[in-house]
Design a protein around this ligand. Structure first.
Ligand SMILES: C[S@@+](CC[C@H](N)C(=O)[O-])C[C@H]1O[C@@H](n2cnc3c(N)ncnc32)[C@H](O)[C@@H]1O
Length: 365
């Protein structure tokens, strides 16, 4: 079946992630020097593939099984072309906007008919929440922010999270003001595997998960709120308050807007399985694998990992996250790669997207 046939038969599913919840700064640092090289990125909402353009590669092949996720990147590309930076961050939802409908219409004006229809059906949601707020995952955070968080903390306490302060004061704030009994209860209820599976992530994603999600989130929150400065954390801001605060995700920052805009043609946007790359005979030097391995059984993981190795040039870097399910190079392939411990340690220490339990950087020998 050729690409055109696929697009006429495939159905658009729903948007699961309307923005990237993996730290693009950490990703780019882990990928290292990639000027003039070929990179591959799982698309998701597209922000990290866009951020990878800042590494000045020859091209970034972005690929995703989900047509709706690919549609997120395609509208972003149209928005970079049609809007200035201020319009872009208003459309995405980082900043409040009275003119989001207009910005949406401008960005979507040149989209092909099918894509225009997909987005047309979501115009109202984009106007209400921003393009970065219309996924299932963001809806889950919105329920937390609008209905549950106000039962636990006052607006003043939530605002206080984003006032920059020294590390000791951050620890004191977390222990004395934030971690009250109501918050602990909310964590236990809302971040139960049961609720998150139904509201945010597909229950199937938890098949391989052991341990309590609430305990995991509590531990990582300390990292985001104390070890790192929350005033510089766009991901935490979006969860606790609408939009982004002082800090933006890498690809949405004003200083990178023109660079990304001039490199949009280097994106090679595809719909399908990452595994198909190997059949095409293409080779790449860096892979952003998101946390896709977590969704696979160990057997499938082993096969897919092998397919990625077959599509990797010597020295290529494989970068990926685990949220709850441990996934590192399968033993059968262990001799083909080396773990880059300094990059892993640096990435974990800097990671602002705090829900992941593991971050992996491996280099192909
Ligand atoms: C694994 S999910 C995780 C999302 C992520 N944590 C985030 O912040 O956006 C990212 C994307 O991977 C895609 N995906 C999963 N397995 C894939 C595969 N084998 N090939 C291509 N895309 C895949 C999903 O459709 C989804 O859009």
């Amino acid at each position: 079946m050729n690409g055109a046939e696929i697009s006429s038969h495939a159905r658009f599913d729903d948007i699961r992630y309307a923005q990237l919840w993996e730290d693009a700064d950490v990703l780019n640092a882990a990928l290292g020097q990639q000027r003039g090289k070929v990179l591959v990125s799982i698309c998701s909402a597209g922000d990290n593939a866009l951020g990878m353009l800042l590494l000045d590669p020859e091209k970034v092949i972005t690929i995703d099984l989900s047509r709706a996720q690919v549609a997120c990147l395609k509208l972003r590309v149209a928005a970079y072309r049609a809007l200035d930076h201020q319009g872009f961050v208003e459309l995405l939802g980082s900043r409040p906007s009275e003119r989001r409908g207009e910005l949406f219409d401008t960005a979507a004006a040149g989209l092909p008919a099918e894509l225009a229809a997909f987005w047309g059906a979501r115009r109202e949601a984009v106007v209400a929440y921003g393009l970065g707020g219309v996924g299932k995952f963001e809806r889950y955070f919105r329920i937390l922010r609008q209905y549950l968080l106000p039962l636990v903390h006052s607006r003043a306490t939530i605002d206080e999270v984003f006032v920059s302060k020294p590390l000791a004061a951050r620890a004191e704030f977390l222990d004395r003001r934030w971690n009250n009994w109501r918050w602990n209860l909310l964590l236990k209820l809302f971040f139960s595997n049961f609720v998150m599976g139904r509201l945010g992530r597909d229950p199937a994603f938890f098949q391989h998960v052991e341990g309590s999600l609430a305990e995991h989130v509590a531990g990582r929150l300390r990292h985001a709120a104390v070890d790192l400065d929350p005033s510089q954390n766009p991901y935490l801001h979006w969860i606790l308050k609408p939009g982004h605060g002082a800090a933006l995700p890498l690809a949405w920052r004003a200083e990178h807007y023109d660079t990304i805009r001039t490199r949009l043609d280097r994106l090679d946007i595809r719909e399908g399985a990452l595994e198909t790359l190997v059949e095409s005979g293409e080779r790449a030097d860096g892979f952003n694998l998101s946390d896709i391995f977590e969704y696979m059984s160990p057997e499938v993981f082993e096969t897919v990992y092998g397919a990625i190795l077959a599509a990797a040039n010597p020295g290529a870097r494989l970068v990926y996250w685990n949220m709850m399910v441990p996934r590192r190079v399968p033993p059968v392939h262990a001799g083909r790669v080396s773990r880059l411990e300094p990059e892993i340690a640096a990435g974990k220490a800097a990671d602002k997207a705090f829900f992941y339990s593991d971050f992996v950087v491996e280099a192909v020998k």
